[in-house]
Design a protein around this ligand. Structure first.
Ligand code: GDP
Length: 189
């Protein structure tokens, strides 16, 4: 990352995004406590990245990601419960998060996924289902296969993470941008 050999990852720090860089808004949804804040903080924590913080009080933060030689900014908007921001034309992606150690959060995020589909929000936007807290091995209540199966039935991406252990966090960041670009290339369906 940051080296001439690295083809993707977060790029070195600068002060502000250039005008020609696309900025995408990513809504991070999920029940309180699933790890939304921790995840976004992990996205922002490396000293190797561009971080463009919002105004004080704004629940949004922006990082710059270099992927396939092209830089883009991802702006994360914390949605405390479900999908308050739905229908906003500026939402390019949804990260839908649950806690693998709490089945209720899984069931609730499936409801959110269903609502998004009903609202026709899933077709043109990147949707990533995220099972967080995989480090809580002993108290796991939702199996990997259950997440995979729900994601398959809604035609969205799925990944498990541990925001606490920084596991799969970079993969999620890059995967989100990949999905956004894919949807953009496909155009309105
Ligand atoms: P939010 O309400 O969804 O923003 O959740 P937070 O990011 O505030 O996290 C809620 C609690 O879960 C905090 O105590 C975090 O430290 C903890 N937490 C977040 N991610 C993980 C994780 O991957 N593993 C574990 N064990 N704890 C986590």
């Amino acid at each position: 990352r940051g080296s001439p050999d690295s083809r993707e990852g977060r790029s070195p720090s600068i002060d502000s995004p250039a005008d020609n860089i696309n900025t995408y808004r990513v809504h991070v949804c999920g029940e309180e406590g699933v790890g939304k804040t921790s995840l976004v903080n992990q996205f922002l924590s490396s000293d190797q990245i561009n971080v463009f913080e919002g105004s004080p009080g704004e629940e949004e933060q922006t990082v710059s990601v270099l992927l396939d030689g092209q830089e883009s900014c991802l702006c994360f908007i914390d949605e405390p419960s479900s999908i308050q921001g739905r229908g906003q034309p500026t939402a390019h992606a949804y990260i839908l998060m649950y806690n693998v150690a709490d089945r209720t959060t899984f069931e609730n995020i499936i409801d959110t996924l269903y609502e998004l589909k009903q609202a026709d929000e899933t077709r043109d936007r990147a949707i990533i289902l995220v099972g967080n807290k995989t480090d809580l091995v002993r108290s796991r209540m939702v199996e990997f296969d259950e997440g995979t199966s729900i994601a398959a039935s809604y035609d969205c991406k799925f990944i498990e993470t541990s925001a606490a252990m920084s596991q799969n966090v970079d993969e999620l960041l890059v995967g989100t941008l990949k999905q956004i670009r894919l949807k953009e290339q496909q155009g309105p369906q």
